[in-house]
Design a protein around this ligand. Sequence first.
Ligand SMILES: Cc1cc2nc3c(=O)[nH]c(=O)nc-3n(C[C@H](O)[C@H](O)[C@H](O)COP(=O)(O)O)c2cc1C
Length: 186
Amino acid sequence: MTKPDKSRSEHLSAEFADMFLQPATAHSQQVREVFNSIPTAVAALCAVVDGEPRGIVATSLAVGVSYDPPMVSFSAQTSSTTWPYLRRAGRIGLSILSDEQIDECRQIASKAGSRFADLETMPTERGGLLVKRAAAWLECSISAVVAAGDHEVVLLQVEGVDMRPGSEPLIHHRAGFRNLAAMADV
Ligand SMILES: Cc1cc2nc3c(=O)[nH]c(=O)nc-3n(C[C@H](O)[C@H](O)[C@H](O)COP(=O)(O)O)c2cc1C
């Protein structure tokens, strides 16, 4: 992270926020650093489409988008070759990966190699695919897709939920992985 200079560290006393805000330009390192400084869960979004398992990992997940009906969202890169398959799925299985699943995360996100070789999954009746040993599971249907720059925001209606007692979610933070057990209460 860029070391804050004196004027930035004193930004709270600045008369206008413009004095310390950096311009948020496309693909800027500053934007990337700020986005990456915000911890997120790691979701695997998987489904069986035309008989083939398909899936991606996403850290753009937002939960609690709505409680009535229950809705979550994530953003899919417009360049993704997997998202067009998932979009056609009857249901998407959304697994919140646990802190024991860094390998599974890397495998499902990989560009090369089989994303599902030796990966333990559970199909749902309507075509969703859930990853075993995850911390929580949501079976979702696609409610809306909204264009958002180089991504599409996907609103998902949650049709079914469960969680694995005693497990903790994997946390993505500053381009690395963390677990909640290593963090202190405040
Ligand atoms: C930690 C991490 C977070 C990611 N988050 C997202 C995301 O929010 N949205 C997305 O579309 N892809 C995300 N990806 C990329 C996908 O998981 C996957 O690598 C990519 O979609 C593969 O290309 P394909 O869609 O062409 O198969 C992420 C990858 C990693 C490793």
